[in-house]
Design a binder for this molecule. Structure first.
Ligand code: FAD
Length: 274
């Protein structure tokens, strides 16, 4: 339970963090809330030689109405997302999701940028960002680029971010009055989801994504297609596990997860008014 020795630097600005990343490359890791990285280091599943602490970069902690979307700084804590008036008005699916992440301590330390960059298929916020069609903004010393959430999660704990890039902002389209539903099935209130579902449905379409149903957070495309062709919530939900290979672990078999996904997608869609 003791990490391999590492060097530590606290970045005073985004530019300083980027310069440290550029200098140390693959040997460096950013430290935000530390709630995913530090457990991995203690288990020696990660052993970065240099930790670049960005946890006090307040310039990256904000939630702003930006017209057609809400802009969220990568260092924004789960708790701030949970209680944001801007998100309650324009993207209540995201604030409701944040309310279900871990316990109070986790929500006060963990950041949305850390959750997304960690790319854990069992995390709640990435699935909601996928369902909502969010855009992620990454910056490196050579400039800035945007990545669609659908292109971001590339494998188990792997993302499209380069080692020299820092996620700075998450842009979440407004729901504009669309109905939404979030379902998380776990054994104890503060646990990770055995399976989770984020869904919205409005006049112009729908978005449905799943937690812990594959090696990445996944979009339930077959459900969205069924809804687009006029299927009821119950009929569309029957497609929840189409083409997916859910994991097996101590909590559930793949068959159980497939069953859960259908039940939870139906409930989420019914809550969304589908
Ligand atoms: P860190 O641990 O600091 O970093 C995680 C990874 O992201 C690292 O590789 C780091 O280098 C990278 N990173 C961080 N910020 C950036 C950035 N801006 N740009 C590029 N890379 C970056 N999550 C859930 O979704 N649901 C749960 O129910 C849940 N339960 C939890 C229970 C416990 C007991 C704990 C300890 C954690 C739980 N979590 C849960 C995880 C929690 O949400 C974490 O906060 C989150 O996954 C990681 O955020 P962080 O800020 O702590 O990131």
């Amino acid at each position: 339970m003791i990490p391999v020795a590492f060097e530590y630097a606290r970045a005073g600005s985004v530019d300083e963090a980027l310069s440290l990343l550029g200098e140390h490359g693959d040997d460096a890791k950013l430290l935000a809330g530390g709630h995913s990285l530090l457990p991995l280091m203690k288990l020696r599943l990660a052993a970065p030689a240099m930790l670049v602490d960005i946890g006090r970069l307040n310039e990256l902690s904000y939630i702003r109405d930006a017209g057609d979307h809400v802009a969220i700084g990568a260092l924004t804590r789960h708790r701030d997302i949970e209680i944001s008036d801007v998100l309650a008005q324009h993207a209540p699916l995201l604030s409701h999701t944040a309310e279900h992440v871990g316990d109070n301590q986790v929500r006060h330390r963990g950041t949305i940028g850390g959750s997304v960059s960690h790319a854990d298929p069992a995390s709640d916020l990435p699935a909601t960002l996928l369902a909502m069609g969010a855009t992620l903004v990454a910056r490196s010393a050579s400039g800035e680029r945007t990545i669609a959430a659908t292109d971001f999660f590339t494998g188990f704990l792997e993302s499209a971010l380069e080692p020299t890039e820092l996620l700075t902002e998450i842009r979440v389209p407004k729901l504009n009055g669309a109905g939404w539903g979030f379902q998380k099935f776990n054994r104890r209130a503060q646990d990770w989801a055995i399976v989770g579902v984020s869904a919205w449905k409005g006049a112009n379409g729908s978005g449905v994504a799943l937690v812990n149903m594959g090696s990445t957070p996944v979009r339930a495309s077959a459900v969205e297609a069924a809804l687009a062709s006029g299927a009821s919530a119950a009929d569309a939900a029957e497609h929840a596990a189409d083409g997916l290979e859910p994991p097996a672990d101590l909590n559930a078999s793949p068959e159980y997860r497939r069953h859960l996904a259908k039940v939870l997608v139906r409930r989420a869609l019914e809550a969304a008014g589908a």
